[in-house]
Design a protein around this ligand. Structure first.
Ligand code: ACO
Length: 330
């Protein structure tokens, strides 16, 4: 069947066991539970332990999504992994996930759009199905962002956590799944949030590693302003492109970076907070995984119903952003 639409028919998430509270961080750096809660809304985050890496979390989330969709791995004909923290620099971690799940011979590739990765990849996966080239896509977003974090840098280390989320997309003739999307980037802002060393431009040397140049440095204030602007602008664009108004959006599932960013974005969209899904208190910013983890929890909590319009919006390093309107239903 060549579907004009790509319905989300399964979803799953995976988080490391280990919880790190604000109080624990405050024992090692000059910060406090109160500062972190009031400036970000985060209370605790999950962090990987020995034997956990991007592919293990991605595999666990992917397996749950396949079980939820009630399909066998052999039905999947494409695996996309949204990540900016792959297991290894080479090859793509999507291939590891494909192998772990026994999805033989399906296409597999990584997509790096930092925290916007899942919403970017949703647009790509839907297009692949709409073109007729693929029928069943496993889309996983997984990041071990704490790998890029200097635990002595209070500007960044309080914000992030690790995790994975996944969805199954299947060709459908019903008008379900992504109905409008917008992906964007502003490369001029790439240095506002970046890990300098460890790539081809500045290969890691013992001296650079000693200086901590492999870790993410961030201009939080600038990122904050860009995040609000681009998430709200692109959200308005996708709502208009779907011929809808904000009143037609039953739920927004935004990237979970900072409660104040979410509130400012909702305010610009004139969307009441009752229609905004938030779980960042427990997980912090899980990078590309944040939107699918939040989507999973929104479904588990009965916040989404057949025919609802859910707005997904994300922003991240690059700088990148992406928004989409999804019509919920299987
Ligand atoms: N604990 C205590 N004090 C802190 C901490 C901390 N963890 N971090 C910073 N401060 C201090 C600063 O040093 C500064 O002190 P100063 O005034 O003496 O210089 C003061 O707090 C205020 O700093 P601001 O940067 O103005 O604080 P702000 O209210 O902007 O909050 C924050 C900082 C939370 C980083 C905010 O700017 C933010 O969330 N920005 C967006 C970051 C983000 O979401 N990045 C991820 C993008 S998505 C991706 O691609 C992964």
């Amino acid at each position: 069947m060549m579907g004009r639409y790509a319905a989300i028919t399964g979803w799953g998430m995976a988080l490391p066991e280990r919880v790190i509270t604000n109080a624990e961080l405050a024992r090692n750096i000059d910060t406090s539970d109160e500062w972190i809660r009031t400036r970000t809304g985060i209370a605790e985050r999950r962090v990987v332990g020995p034997g956990e890496y991007t592919s293990t979390l991605a595999t666990a989330a992917g397996l749950r999504a396949l079980q939820c969709a009630e399909i066998t791995p052999s039905k999947v004909d494409l695996v996309i992994l949204a990540t900016c923290t792959p297991d290894r620099p080479f090859p793509a971690t999507a291939c590891t996930v494909q192998s772990n799940l026994g999805i033989s011979y399906a296409g597999a590739f990584d997509l790096n759009a930092a925290c916007s990765g899942f919403v970017y990849a949703l647009s790509v996966a839907t297009s692949m199905i709409q073109s007729g080239a693929h029928h069943t896509v496993l889309l996983v977003a997984a990041d071990i962002f704490t790998h890029l974090i200097n635990w002595q840098d209070r500007n960044t280390c309080v914000l992030f956590g690790d995790g994975a989320g996944a969805v199954v997309l299947q060709a459908s003739d019903k008008p379900l799944g992504l109905i409008s999307s917008k992906i964007g980037a502003w490369g001029n802002g790439e240095d506002l949030m970046a890990a300098e060393a460890g790539g081809t431009r500045l290969p890691a040397t013992p001296e650079l590693l000693r200086q901590g140049r492999q870790y993410v440095a961030m201009n939080g204030r600038e990122i904050f302003k860009h995040a609000v602007r681009w998430m709200s602008d692109s959200s308005q664009q996708v709502i208009a492109a779907a011929n809808l108004t904000i009143d037609d959006i039953q739920l927004i599932v935004p990237h979970q970076a900072n409660m104040r960013i979410i509130e400012a974005t909702a305010k610009r969209l004139e969307l009441p907070l009752e229609r905004v899904f938030v779980n960042l208190e427990r997980y912090g910013n899980t990078s590309a995984a944040s939107v699918p983890i939040a989507l999973c929890e929104a479904v588990e909590q009965g916040r989404l119903h057949e025919g609802d319009h859910v707005l997904l919006t994300a922003f991240g390093g690059g700088l990148t952003w992406a928004s989409s309107v999804v019509r919920w239903g299987q």
